[in-house]
Design a protein around this ligand. Sequence first.
Ligand code: D61
Ligand code: MG
Length: 421
Amino acid sequence: MGSLAAVLRHPDDLYPLLKLKMASRQAEKQIPPEPHWAFCYSMLHKVSRSFALVIQQLGTDLRNAVCIFYLVLRALDTVEDDTSIPTDVKVPILIAFHRHVYDREWHFSCGTKEYKVLMDQFHHVSTAFLELGKGYQDAIEDITKRMGAGMAKFICKEVESIDDYDEYCYYVAGLVGLGLSKLFYASGTEDLAPDSLSNSMGLFLQKTNIIRDYLEDINEIPKCRMFWPREIWSKYVNKLEDLKYEENSDKAVQCLNDMVTNALMHVEDCLKYMSALRDHAIFRFCAIPQIMAIGTLALCYNNIEVFRGVVKMRRGLTAKVIDRTNNMTDVYLAFYDFSNILKPKINKNDPNATKTLSRVEAIQKACMDSGVLNKRLSYFSSYWPLFSLTSLPPEQASSRITTIFNLLPGPSIVRPIKCLP
Ligand code: D61
Ligand code: MG
């Protein structure tokens, strides 16, 4: 949908979208004068618009460390993701990558578009890395070393069991969580979070990406990449790629729902992690991607479009999340409301219906038990016009009910959202 049409359909997206546009212009203006830092920040904006915005809001020291942490791991991931590099070339680079960051002369050309620029001019990243404090450097080196070794292990090994899936996600995202927690601690503003919670923060984001990117990964040229674990998909089809064929639509959606249910397991840990944060900028940096993830899962659940094209949250809704996420109340409300979007999509004939429902209810209970939810109507309500009031089935009876139209992109979805008593 064109952006003008999108705004006409969702006029209340306009204000957060404009605010986001201004914030992003402002961020571009603040690019530092030194050429290596200028390169790093402009690269950050090019490779990750969403992370760039939240990183930009951190205090200077931590911001520089997180920016370099991101670019080093993005470069490592560019090597991992380039399916045209032969295994015997790729594996040693992944394993030695943590040493290359200390070497201003080192570079390896791979990837495409902005990723290729990052790889070709990696000396700017190593120059900036060498200016970071020793505590930050050590944390980045340690995570890069462990991630590179983990990626190398999985170049030669498929994701078979659910344990393999968790292990792979630990290497590529859980370790980012561990590293970030260390950087937050080193910055002096936060306690050191338990590793298991930091890991869950990464697993929840990575699993959401893996679910959403099914088609892109399976169609990867010259070689497809497969991250969905055999232990899950083999219950539905003989080959992972069979999920994309129309004749397997029912099985594909059941398998997708199984994957979403698996990802939802991490939510309670993520809520616990976020509730312990103290610094406002760090809190937003952590919470915004998590809310985007639960929103994406709500959108993907029971949605055959995952096997047909790209399923993404509307840009306007992303802008709203960035605008409206400031404290734990916002987070609980967002998780509660997005679970409420997923809940009515559960079909009782789905093989995992009971499991999914109990996951969703456990998440909603965790949000409710926080005790902050009855103070506000809904995450969306502060900027969603109240289109109409409707009644809900008795089991969902509530004193205030909002009907939210077209919350999600694509064909109109009209669902009653139970708001909080
Ligand atoms: C708090 C805030 C942000 C967090 C967090 C806790 C815990 C973990 C993460 C961010 C990492 C989440 C990764 C999810 C996105 N997945 C990818 O980008 C995949 O690559 C994984 C390896 C490189 C990780 C690079 C990274 C990502 C986010 C960061 C960061 C480093 C450093 C600081 C802050 C955020 C994925 O990439 C392809 C794609 O999705 O386009 C892949 O290859 O699987
Ligand atoms: Mg990768």
